[in-house]
Design a protein around this ligand. Structure first.
Ligand code: FAD
Length: 491
């Protein structure tokens, strides 16, 4: 089949790879001049600054996309372990390093807390491993046609029930660790799914597994290299990637009713296709490319993840000696911070921030004597109460002062700020780059599906459909989208 993929985000690129594997003739049409979408890059004055995902986990899922087109990932992307994966700095001044390797991490926990907590860490890892195995094949790497599909893999469902996967995440984590600081470092990952640990189900501890147990990696050349590497491999395999080509409409037989017939580019050119895979944010795609078809209810009325303010900068100077690649500076309050962000829609009173220093252990990302700085503060999305057009300057000023007071160099040569209004302008619903939150009823068969019976031949890919948000999930969504196209081709 002739398949057009709209968007060269990691979801679109993964879909293209799995489509090539299925024998389809694939063209990617991307509005920007580089691949990667959210996994973008600012290349200026000797700085190469990632402006999207920063924590890379589950490299085998990226490898699977390369393997789908008969390539080896190592020929295109060189990964190295980030170790320590995180330096957690708590408000009381204590510091914990999250290390690769269970024994090394247990030893660090013994130093930081005590032997009982260290032993609990090993039990925790065993539990996470079982949780991941029960979830991956049946609930994450799977398409859904109805909620009943949740019940079919009943053995895995029962296993999850027995493991306490449907209890609340904060309680489950507290059943392993007494130390509140350890509870934080092993549950904050629920934020990646848009949820507070007190509202998330323990099912989502699987993100902690992907992150703190399976390990954090960094591609040489920056996170963006995942996308450029995969795009290069696809082009070598004959996939045409057309950059600077915004799709303005998805074309359908019988005007606005029949099966898809291709896409319209920049308002004039028509590109014919038998199937279209759509990578832009799903609610935005319904609104702007599919005039007349309402987005699914969850996308229109659902609960969206919190957003963030991101400040990326190329700065003069080097970080303090104690700094690590990823530094999480926790505020005092914990549940109060989530309540502010998620329930009240206001800024955290005592914000936690992530400071990532990609240039710390990777050459070529900043000139000699300079550093790359990536600072992310979670904020409410545009459903919150902050008027970003008025508050942006003050909030960004606060963030810069905080980062400076933590000892990082902040004298910027190159800089760029993204707030929720910027994310919205880039095409992200409610101004969040993290899509619909992963509440139970916005996950699996309840998340906007990757197909829509009303538009035959259209398949969605990316973080706003199944399985969900984050680099590992959008890579999986590419495989699932290709499976849908294969089903369509043989219907
Ligand atoms: C600041 C930030 C931090 C993050 N941190 C992490 C992290 O640490 N770890 C992690 O795993 N994930 C993280 N994420 C999330 C992760 O980056 C995303 O879930 C993932 O990259 C989304 O990929 P996607 O393919 O779904 O969408 P996108 O990357 O948005 O791809 C969509 C593509 O479609 C293109 N497009 C849109 N409209 C059109 C059109 N009309 N015509 C043609 N092309 C179009 C876009 O230009 C883009 O290339 C982060 C994201 C951000 C922004």
């Amino acid at each position: 089949m002739k398949v057009t993929v709209i968007g060269a985000g990691l979801g679109g690129l993964s879909a293209a790879a799995h489509l090539v594997q299925g024998g389809h003739d694939v063209t990617i049409v991307e509005r920007d001049s580089i691949p990667g979408g959210r996994a973008g890059m600012i290349d200026q004055q000797g700085f190469r600054l990632d402006n999207g995902p920063t924590v890379m986990t589950m490299p085998d899922l990226l490898e699977r996309a390369f393997n789908a087109i008969g390539c080896e990932m190592r020929d295109y992307v060189t990964l190295k372990k980030v170790d320590p994966m995180y330096r957690a700095v708590y408000a009381d001044g204590s510091e914990l390093k999250v290390l690769h390797g269970r024994e090394a991490m247990a030893e660090e926990i013994r130093r930081f807390a005590n032997g009982r907590e260290a032993a609990s860490f090993i039990e925790f890892c065993n539990w996470l491993e079982r949780l991941y195995r029960a979830e991956m094949d049946s609930f994450i790497d799977a398409n859904f046609d109805s909620p009943l599909d949740l019940v079919k893999p009943w053995r895995q469902g029962l296993a999850l029930l027995r493991m306490g996967a449907f209890s609340k995440l904060d309680k489950k984590i507290a059943s392993f660790f007494k130390d509140e600081r350890l509870q934080r470092i092993f549950s904050f990952q629920s934020m990646y799914a848009g949820l507070a640990p007190y509202e998330a189900l323990s099912l989502y501890a699987v993100i902690t597994y992907m992150d703190s147990v399976q390990g954090v990696y960094f591609p040489e050349g920056g996170m963006h290299a995942m996308a450029t590497g995969l795009a290069k491999a696809l082009e070598e395999k004959g996939v045409l990637i057309r950059y600077d080509s915004p799709v303005t409409r998805i074309l359908r037989a019988a005007g606005s009713h029949g099966a898809v017939t291709g896409v319209e580019i920049a308002g004039d050119e028509r590109l014919a296709a038998d199937a279209v895979v759509c990578n832009p944010d799903l609610p935005v795609a319904y609104r702007t490319l599919l005039g007349g078809v309402d987005a699914p209810r969850a996308a229109r009325r659902g609960k969206y993840s919190p957003s963030c303010v991101l400040w990326v900068a190329g700065v003069k100077g080097l970080p303090p000696s104690e700094a690590a690649h990823h530094n999480i500076h926790f505020g005092h309050d914990w549940n109060g911070s989530f309540k502010a962000l998620i329930e009240d829609g206001v800024r955290m009173p005592d914000p936690s921030v992530l400071v990532t220093l990609h240039s710390l252990d990777t050459k070529g990302l900043a000139p000699e004597g300079c550093s790359s700085l990536y600072v992310l503060e979670p904020t409410p999305n545009l459903d919150g109460t902050i008027d970003w057009s008025r508050e942006r300057e003050r909030i960004v000023g606060d963030i810069k002062n905080r980062v400076s007071s933590l000892g990082y160099p902040t004298d910027a040569v190159v800089e760029r700020v993204y707030d929720p209004l910027d994310w919205e302008a880039l095409g992200m619903e409610r101004g969040t780059p993290f899509a619909l939150a992963h509440t139970f009823f916005q996950t699996g068969p309840f998340r906007p599906n990757n197909i829509d019976d009303r538009v035959p031949g259209l398949v969605f890919v990316g973080s706003s459909t199944v399985p969900g948000v984050g680099v590992p999930m959008v890579l999986v969504s590419g495989r699932l989208a290709a499976e849908r196209v294969n089903e369509y081709a043989t219907r």
